[in-house]
Design a protein around this ligand. Structure first.
Ligand SMILES: [Zn+2]
Ligand SMILES: [Zn+2]
Length: 236
């Protein structure tokens, strides 16, 4: 009894100094996922994947009818607008990691059949440069990938793709400069057959330049990028 009373006292103390707030709108909100119902309702979900190669919506299957072999299908939960934008800022820059689990569950349930059809063996997060990860303390794409791997029973392969060059954050650049900014930033270890088909995971995909560069790098090393998964897609 005493331990419970102490826990409640501690919770009251923490709530007073650090009140639980909705990550989208900042109102007082105590739910486990830290996103209030009003914010959830405002999130505009996507029901179909996009092909990043030709920038079109792909109505059903796991291949773009225009690009076929060059398909780069992005399975993404929702449009990059408020309040999701604020939620992502909290996730990315303020050390609040609960969105990893929240959105992994939502993505896995929305695209359950399509992701299973990709026949992937592993999930690979888009890496941060080591210096940036040290500074931030975590890589939000890796946290999301870890949750997704555990839900889908796929392996988390966080040791095959590296970012070996540090460049300016894509969000600070105009669209036309993003492709050049990420050219050659990734390196990957040679594919050794146990893991061949993979799903790439990032938190936000805007122009698609980063994930397409990572895909190209992995494919040069013998992997097949069967699909790309993200929480949100849209321009800044
Ligand atoms: Zn809210
Ligand atoms: Zn296409």
């Amino acid at each position: 009894m005493r331990a419970i009373a102490e826990q409640e006292w501690l919770k009251g103390f923490l709530d007073f100094f650090f009140p639980p707030l909705c990550l989208g709108c900042g109102i007082f909100y105590e739910g486990e996922d830290s996103i209030c119902a009003t914010c959830f309702q405002k999130i505009e979900e996507f029901d179909h994947p996009f092909c990043l190669n030709c920038d079109s919506i792909v109505p059903s299957d796991s291949q773009c009818p225009i690009c076929i072999k060059n398909s780069a299908l992005l399975y993404v939960f929702a449009d990059y607008r408020s309040p999701l934008k604020e939620i992502i800022i909290n996730f990315k820059f303020r050390g609040i990691i609960s969105p990893a689990k929240t959105f992994a569950l939502l993505i896995a349930s929305k695209f359950e059949k399509q992701l299973a059809k990709l026949n992937a063996q592993a999930i690979v997060p888009i890496p941060l440069h080591a210096a940036r990860k040290n500074h931030r303390g975590y890589n939000q794409a890796e946290l999301l990938a870890r949750e997704l791997a555990s839900i889908t029973n796929l392996e988390l392969a966080d040791n095959i793709l590296y970012r070996h060059k540090r460049r300016r954050p894509q969000s600070r650049l105009k669209l036309e400069k993003r492709k050049a900014n990420v050219a050659g930033v990734f390196a990957a270890v040679e594919c050794e057959n146990e893991i061949k088909r993979i799903i790439l995971v990032d938190d936000v995909v805007t122009s698609g330049a980063t994930v397409l560069e990572a895909k190209k790098c992995l494919e040069k090393k013998g992997y097949t990028v069967a699909g790309i998964v993200a929480i949100t897609h849209g321009l800044l």
